[in-house]
Ligand binder design. Structure first.
Ligand code: G3P
Ligand code: MG
Length: 273
């Protein structure tokens, strides 16, 4: 059992950065997460046509950039069909102004999609203690992504406990990471409800315990039994995505070890209690 670096408080994982306050997966969202003293910044990564790792949640550019305007006719606007320089032309912030008018005071219009390297450089100069919680996709989606990811982290001194946690819905990706990542760096198996519906919880968690240090259940999956069975197997529990203080209190009472949240400040304030 590899104790996680977070042992004295509930881990605050800024979901796509402080994405309740600024456009997700932008350096501004990451800065806010750091300012709010989040323990981890969650990164979803995709690979560009020319093999660069960039932070974006969706496989396509449409929801969080103006790609359809800038590149009409390039449907379906998948990240993997665009070069990094093409992606760098996009505005990754303006969509937020309409989606979250309450925060649109600051018009976000010149945010860019960051590369993994830019994110690391930025975090290093902002707060060298901030760590990364990186989600990988199934190996067949971006062949060689795990190796490239591990290589970049190693070069930057981030391939060490306390600086990175890996997470994935794909057991295959986590098993691959287990082979190439130093011991002591936690791997977290994510679960959507559909993934484990109708399965025996003991079997599900026994499998996770073979290669992971924790589990990341969608919050509706978290019950006293789920937490108890995970902890019996020395698996920590990091549910996603919890945004209201009420739900945070509920998850805390269920005994979870950390949470993914768009509002890190809210969980940090509860930790202080
Ligand atoms: O990675 C944890 C959580 O973010 C999984 O859901 O769709 O927000 O990446 P999603
Ligand atoms: Mg994620």
């Amino acid at each position: 059992f590899t104790p996680l670096p977070i042992v004295d408080h509930i881990g605050v994982i800024a979901h796509r950065g402080a994405s309740g306050y600024a456009p997700e997966h932008t350096l501004t969202a990451y800065k806010k997460a750091i300012q709010m003293k989040a323990d981890y910044i969650e990164l979803d990564l995709h690979m560009t046509k020319d093999g660069e790792l960039v932070a974006i949640h969706d496989a396509t550019l449409s929801r969080t950039t103006n790609a359809e305007e800038v590149y009409p006719g390039r449907s379906p606007w998948r990240v993997k069909d665009f070069t990094l320089s093409e992606i760098k032309q996009l505005d990754a912030g303006s969509w937020f102004n309409d989606a979250y008018p309450e925060y649109a005071k600051k018009q976000y219009s010149n945010e860019k999609i960051p590369t993994l390297q830019e994110t690391i450089d930025y975090i290093k100069q902002k707060d060298a203690n901030a760590a990364l919680y990186i989600e990988t996709k199934a190996p067949n989606v971006y062949p060689g992504m795990e190796e490239k990811l591990v290589d970049i982290l190693k070069k930057n001194g981030y391939l060490q406990p306390g600086k990175v946690i890996f997470q994935s819905f794909s057991a295959a990706s986590l098993r691959k990471l287990r082979e190439i990542v130093p011991k002591g760096i936690p791997l977290i198996q994510l679960y959507s409800p559909a993934m484990i519906q109708g399965q025996n919880l003991d079997d599900v968690l026994d499998q996770a315990a073979e290669y992971a240090e924790g589990v990341g259940p969608e919050l509706s999956l978290v019950t006293p039994e789920f937490v108890q069975k995970a902890h019996e197997r020395h698996l920590i529990v990091h549910p996603f995505t919890i945004n209201t203080k009420e739900e945070m209190q509920k998850q805390l009472s269920l005994g979870v070890d950390g949470m993914f949240t768009n509002y890190p400040d809210r969980l940090v304030s509860l930790n202080k209690k």
